[in-house]
Design a protein around this ligand. Structure first.
Ligand code: AMP
Length: 402
């Protein structure tokens, strides 16, 4: 892939205004407290850099999926407060995106000041990649910086259409975006070996393409979570009521065979924590993968699988992890994911975690500081691993030199 245009190479004119597309799509509780501000903290390097260059910054982001215009619970106001606390300076906020209030706030913004617009998706044009909407956003800043890795796999107005209004001297990728791309690329191109991929989560379908793309590049593949049962079924096991994607049994078998052909060691669970229902007060028992009772489902990997997976991870030099090992949201079925998180965290390997759920597991397990890199974008990080070109990244690549 060609190199990205970098914010570091921008020659800002005096008192310039910079429009920064951030990813402030953070989780909040019912009181609208931000429960995880990692995405806000990750944007700070780029914001600080632009401010230190003497610019004023206009920040924009989406939050959740508003249905029709403004929704109080999806306003970015709590983000402006948290950002202000993190930066220890004022962050102006307008409950507006492209209306008069926003325009006025931008016009009166002085050098060194920060303005946050409200949720971009309150405007229909954002997800439609609408050129007129993008043009209005582009009128706010002489420079455009994209630091929103989490949405780069979407051709949305503030990510894709907007870049058409800037030449290569006036648009660039922020530091977070550059870091995300660099980590994913190094992982695929130059992994230290053994390179182990650990995948889990609910569905094979969501990760099928990534698995196909990864297989020729890795040394070991560890499969846990709900998706493992489609593989176990493909091997002829009785999996009770466990999660199954019947239409993917063939694909699962192909992956297992391809692994053999390529000499990739593939590990599947050998036991599970099974329960008749997926709830905290359900009865549960430890069973081998071959003895899941009729009507029961496997909801976490069992202790023998933890030992097996840990042993397989033991000599890894690079580990990529995407997808929990069980229904970690329910305490009873969280243990397997936590123990694998600890094992990955303790490994001396370069460890890269992708996916919101997996980042959440690592956080809850208290392992965040021990992981080399935790991607801020679930879907986007998966698409990079699948080898796809992200629409938001493609438009920020340097032109090919003759
Ligand atoms: P994904 O979005 O495909 O990465 O899936 C994440 C979800 O998979 C989490 O919400 C987990 O609760 C769920 N999950 C993990 N293991 C299982 C399992 N054995 N059965 C059902 N769901 C699972």
């Amino acid at each position: 892939m060609r190199e990205l245009l970098s914010v570091k190479d921008m020659n800002f004119t005096k008192d310039a205004k910079v429009f920064i597309r951030c990813d402030f799509n953070v989780p909040m509780d019912e009181y609208r407290n931000i429960t995880d501000d990692r995405r806000i903290r990750s944007a700070i390097a780029t914001i600080r850099y632009c401010l230190d260059e003497g610019c004023s910054v206009i920040l924009a982001s989406h939050l959740g999926r508003p249905k029709e215009g403004f929704e109080d619970k999806l306003s970015l106001e709590p983000v402006s407060k948290r950002l202000s606390r993190l930066l220890q300076r004022e962050v102006k906020f307008v409950k507006d995106v492209v209306g008069e209030q926003a325009s006025e706030a931008v016009d009166t913004l002085k050098a060194g000041e920060i303005l946050l617009l409200d949720n971009l998706r309150f405007e229909k044009g954002e997800t439609k990649n609408d050129a007129l909407f993008a043009k209005k956003l582009a009128s706010y800043g002489t420079y455009y910086v994209n630091d929103a890795f989490g949405v780069c796999h979407r051709a949305h107005a503030s990510v894709e259409a907007i870049t058409k209004f800037y030449d290569d001297e006036h648009k660039a990728a922020g530091f977070l975006l550059q870091k995300e791309i660099a980590f994913a690329q190094n992982l695929i191109k130059r992994p230290a070996r053994p390179f182990v991929a650990v995948v889990g989560g609910s569905k094979v379908s969501g990760k099928l393409q990534a698995l196909k793309n990864l297989l020729p590049k890795i040394d070991k593949l560890i499969i846990g979570g709900g998706m493992a049962f489609t593989f176990l079924k493909a091997l002829g096991y009785d999996i009770g009521n466990s999660l199954l994607e019947e239409n993917l049994i063939d694909d699962a078998l192909k992956i297992l065979n391809k692994g053999k052909e390529l000499g990739v060691k593939i590990y599947l669970p050998v036991d599970a924590i099974a329960a008749p229902t997926c709830s905290q007060d359900s009865v549960m028992k430890y069973v081998t993968a071959q003895e899941i009772p009729n009507g029961w489902m496997g909801l976490d990997i069992g202790p023998a699988t933890v030992v097996l997976f840990k042993e397989a991870i033991d000599d890894a030099q690079t580990i990529w992890w995407n997808g929990p090992m069980g229904v970690f949201e329910i305490d009873k079925f969280a243990r397997g994911s936590f123990r694998i998180s600890h094992a990955i965290a303790e490994s001396p390997a370069t460890t890269v975690v992708g996916g919101g759920d997996t980042a959440d597991v690592v956080e809850r397990a208290g392992d965040t500081d021990e992981i080399t890199f935790i991607s801020t974008g679930g879907g986007a990080s998966l698409e990079l691993i699948e080898g796809k070109e992200l629409p938001g990244v493609k438009v920020l690549l340097k032109k090919e030199e003759d």
